[in-house]
Design a protein around this ligand. Structure first.
Ligand code: ATP
Length: 312
């Protein structure tokens, strides 16, 4: 087998807190991340490396294509970066072809790029029969981005026949600390998720740069939210679904604030929150009829609207 196709799942943040800024400029965060059943399909194919001329590689051995033509597919694509990192780390002599069937909205706060990068790491470790430890792959993944280890952990949970040691530890829901890379598995939340991306792109870096820690009035009690997940106590979860990055994104992007207000006005969800640095807003439902009605209305506001489930 020299080809593998896998699902690269999006995530939402059930809460996101920023505790401070590290000396290296990264923010220290605490968040609960949950994967949802919205995914890109990532296909990775390996061929033996073509002969080199005078030891110089003639063409780039990594080729990425995507179903969206507005996505850069060169060296800046996280799938490309992941393949390069694997080549450099495990020194395999192969050409790598990657195709991304994009369904996750881009620059949306849903970790679409990180999920694709994670999928490439998992796919190549499988195709090259590396028999790595899950932790080892996650440590490699953080070099690509803070959300990549979580994406690896969640995707590993959903992959059958995965040749990865320590995969019993994998989970689609986790508590994330540090810059988001220190992960503790949690019992996943089981509910419907309505998510809608207003038609603007928001840069994660710009939002973090605009954050003023002193201005944050309300922080989540992350410990209580975690307890809520363990006890399946919706009230404890709902009460602590707070994302401190809303203080920047909702203030600076009117369209995002309007979308949140719009979804809250249905008064049918048990909570409405922004995911990551935005602009995607999501609402959690336990009742399918109410969720469906809210979906039909939200779809009128934004084409990139989905009604899906959390992943367990
Ligand atoms: P996060 O929540 O991790 O900050 P995001 O959902 O906000 O991620 P992405 O969809 O990952 O954002 O896209 C952020 C930027 O990364 C975009 O500007 C996009 O051009 C670039 N990018 C690189 N590779 C990919 C990829 N495979 N899929 C989507 N975007 C990618």
């Amino acid at each position: 087998m020299n080809e593998i196709s896998m699902k690269a799942y999006a995530k939402i943040n059930l809460c996101l807190d920023v505790l401070g800024k590290q000396a290296n400029g990264y923010h220290q965060v605490e968040m609960v991340m949950q994967q949802v059943d919205l995914y890109d399909v990532v296909t990775v194919k390996c061929n033996p490396m073509k002969k080199k001329k005078n030891d110089v590689q003639i063409t780039d051995p990594i080729v990425v294509t995507a179903s969206r033509n507005d996505l850069p597919v060169g060296e800046t694509n996280l799938a490309y970066k992941a393949a390069k990192l694997m080549q450099e780390t495990y020194k395999q002599d192969s050409e790598i072809y990657i195709h991304l069937e994009k369904n996750i909205p881009v620059a949306a706060g849903l970790a679409g790029g990180s999920a694709d990068g994670a999928a490439v790491l998992l796919a190549l470790s499988q195709l090259w029969h590396l028999h790595l430890e899950l932790q080892e792959l996650m440590e490699l993944g953080v070099q690509l981005g803070a959300d990549v280890p979580f994406c690896i952990m969640g995707q590993a949970k959903k992959m059958q026949n995965l040749q990865l040691r320590g995969k019993e530890w994998a989970s689609t829901c986790a508590f994330a600390e540090g810059i988001g890379e220190k992960l503790t598995p949690l019992p996943p939340l089981d509910c419907l998720v309505l998510l809608s991306k207003p038609s603007i792109d928001v840069s994660t870096a710009v939002v973090y740069n605009g954050l003023c820690l002193e201005d944050i009035k309300s922080h989540p009690d992350t410990k209580e939210l975690i307890l809520g997940l363990k006890e399946k106590n919706l009230r404890k979860i709902q009460k602590n679904m707070i994302n401190v990055l809303e203080t920047v994104t909702l203030r600076d992007y009117l369209l995002v604030a309007e979308m949140k207000q719009y979804m809250e006005n249905f008064e049918t969800a048990y909570q409405v929150l922004m995911s990551g640095s935005g602009p995607t807003i999501f609402a959690l439902y336990t009742n399918r009829k109410k969720a469906r009605l809210a979906y039909i209305n939200s779809k009128k506001k934004s084409n990139e609207t989905y009604l899906i489930r959390t992943l367990s």
